[in-house]
Every structure is written in C-alpha cells, then in structure tokens.
Design a protein around this ligand. Structure first.
Ligand code: URA
Length: 216
C-alpha cells in the first residue's frame, strides 16, 4: 500500500484537524462536520492528481484548447455515519462519480473492551473494473476497512482502490496494508501512534460519528 501522509507537510489540513481534535471546540457539530467536509475536499484534490488523465479538446467562443482531464470510472463508497460529511467533501471535488454507502458499526458480544465489526447495510453499484474510493474518517484498528472490503467484493473487483481517512493509527494502517492490494493508495491527513483498549485512536479526537451527529 502506498501511504500519502499529509501531516508531514504544512497545509490547511493541519488547521482543520487541530480544530477537530480540540476538546474545547469540537462539540460544535456544525463546525466539526464542516471541517470533515473540508478535509475531504483537500484529500480528494490531492488524490485527483494520481488518477489517469486523457487529453481532450475544448472549444471556446474564440478558438480551441487541449486540456488534460481525469479519465476514471469512480465509485465513492463511504462508511456510515461519520463518512457522510467526508463523502460530501469528496463529492464537491468529484461531481460525476457513482455513490455507494455501507454501514459498519462495532458491537461488543464479549464486553466493552472487545468488539466485532458488523456490516448491515450496503447500497452500491457494480465496482467491477472501476476506481473505488473508500472513505472513512477514522482508520483505527483497520477492521472496518477489512470488513467493508469483504462486503464490497459482492459488487465486483475494482481496478484500483484509494482509501481516504482523516486520522489513522499506525496499527490500522498496518492491517490495511495486509488486506488491500499492494497498489492501493491511502490518503491520510494525520497519523497517531496509539490505540486504547477500546480500539480508539489516541490522541485522536474521540468518536467522529458522535461529533458529527450527536451521541447515540
Ligand atoms: N472511530 C472513531 O470515531 N474514533 C476512533 O478513535 C476510532 C474509531
């Protein structure tokens, strides 16, 4: 897997993520969602540079010009709930993509410190031979992406996969690296070192779904 970690560069991404992490302001849901959306826009823009491009001719009222434009059939699949504003941010950049949604939630059959990822809802067009963008704001253990990938395989095998996350833990990046094809690219705005015993990213930002839409 090819990892594009933008925390290593100076960019506005750092400012948005600082606000999302800050315990004194992160409970402003509107601002949190807006920041998720803005991070989605910037990561999607960065990702767009790695797509295949083709040259086409555009006619203006005064002449014509050759321009290079992306040439990829893209399916954007986001993980509910916190993936919704990230999805919107990516859509703001790629307006012509097909859309897919998947639910993945943690359930705890053996107590609070252990969990399984349950995938219940999947609405997706065929992804066969297409470019799949998988968006989930928090790449914690990597088990959500692992289960989502398994579920999506019922809709075809994509030609190329891009993962977009806001914050990732090293352990999650490591697991993703073992389950996704080696040419998969991860676009990530921040990488944290640790997970706690409940599988939350430390320092992370807390529960991204709750911060977007309120507690369950
Ligand atoms: N999901 C979240 O919202 N936060 C984490 O830290 C891990 C998973």
């Amino acid at each position: 897997m090819i990892v594009h970690d933008f925390s290593k560069q100076n960019s506005l991404l750092n400012q948005y993520i600082r606000e999302m992490r800050d315990v004194t302001i992160q409970k402003d849901y509107l601002r949190f969602r807006k920041n998720v959306e803005r991070v989605g826009e910037l990561l999607a823009y960065e990702m767009s540079k790695s797509l295949p491009y083709q040259t086409t001719t555009v006619k203006t009222p005064l002449g014509s010009k050759e321009v290079s434009v992306p040439n990829a059939d893209i399916v954007l699949c986001s993980v509910l709930r916190a993936g919704l504003p990230l999805h919107q941010g990516i859509l703001n950049v790629f307006d012509g993509v097909e859309n897919a949604f998947i639910s993945a939630y943690r359930h705890h059959p053996n107590g609070a410190d252990d969990f399984e990822v349950q995938v219940e809802y999947l609405a997706s067009p065929s992804i066969e031979g297409k470019t799949l963008i998988l968006a989930d704001p928090m790449l914690a253990t990597g088990r959500t992406f692992e289960n989502v990938l398994r579920a999506l395989k019922t809709h075809g095998i994509p030609k190329k996969i891009h993962l977009i996350s806001i914050i990732g833990a090293k352990a999650g990046i490591f697991l993703a690296d073992t389950v996704f094809p080696s040419d998969t690219e991860l676009w990530i705005a921040a990488v944290d070192n640790q997970l706690n015993e409940r599988g939350y990213i430390v320092p992370g930002l807390g529960d991204a779904g709750d911060l977007c839409y309120g507690p369950r």
